[in-house]
Design a protein around this ligand. Sequence first.
Ligand SMILES: [Mg+2]
Length: 383
Amino acid sequence: MTRAVLHVDMDAFYASVEQHDDPRLLGKPLIVGWDGGRGVVAAASYEVRRYGVRSAMPMRTALRLCPQAVCVRPRMQRYQEVSRLVFGVFHEVTPMVQGLSLDEAFLDVTASQELLGGAVDIARRIKRRIRELTGLTASVGVAPNKLVAKIASELMKPDGLTVVTAERVRAVLDPLSVRRLPGLGRKTGARVEAAGIGTFGELRSAPDALLWPLFGRYSAWMRERASGIDERPVLADVEEKSLSAEDTFEHDIGEPRALQAQLARLADLAAARLRMRQLMAGCIGVKIRREDFTTFTRQRAVAPPTCEARAIAAVAAELLGRWLAGNPGAKLRLLGVVLTELNCASQLGLFEQAGRPGRLDAALDEACARFGSRALRRGSAIE
Ligand SMILES: [Mg+2]
């Protein structure tokens, strides 16, 4: 299936927020930045860009280009507040959101289309919702991959919506200036142009002899990029770094079988939490606290990542078993299962294969959701 990837980018973000919050600034050449000798431009309104002012430019240079510009100090807290609203809109349409900065993100909406209409409808909906909630405009690129979506969102700023279908990738990219290739950089861009390569089309069809001195072993990769080929997945932001289930016992436990039963219960609980968030764990660990409060952790990486309770419990049991063998007679006051290296299940593409929760796990999840986590336990979790 062809992927549908959006790149959403707020227009002149900081400057637009300032103009929205203080209408006296509307229509004015506005620079958001720190003034003083060594300040730089954090954002430039479209009115001031006409004078050649760009973000990251020294403030002094900017004011030489446009002496009548209005300068305001950045209010980061306010931008973060607006950013949360914008990202809230993204999460209304897909969990596959990869933030690049406060005002920019990739969204994989391939799977959302069935529910929300085509990718273009989803893009329109995002623009409308952002305007409703923040009063600001965003530009959106719709494409089969991240690279083309990113280029597309730039083409019709501000308030743009640019759609590049898989069939039209070359037709759209070929005439564009190579300067629009993300990551090329100003210096390399100048060298590429000096070599007689001015457009994506020329870069795509340039002979090795021309590319090698410019890009070396990256020549083939650059040619692919100029052709609009990009297989990188949208890597959804995972907020949690780790997920765990642990218990402090009423009375310290020393009996290995009782400890393993507790651990199996905790593994079930941790796995259920993992699946509820549609995550997979790439590393499974146990937390062990002795009666004297000394705490130990043991962990092991698993490949592929998993969200299956049985797999998690098996690794945890082995880790605990090994620790118990080295610490005979130890009494424990706390046990925990700690899952780390979390990934979004759908983005790994593993959910349907190795990591798919078995029917038993699914039944446990449903029962826990209906009756609470203490309602059901598997046999191994009962002494
Ligand atoms: Mg932006």
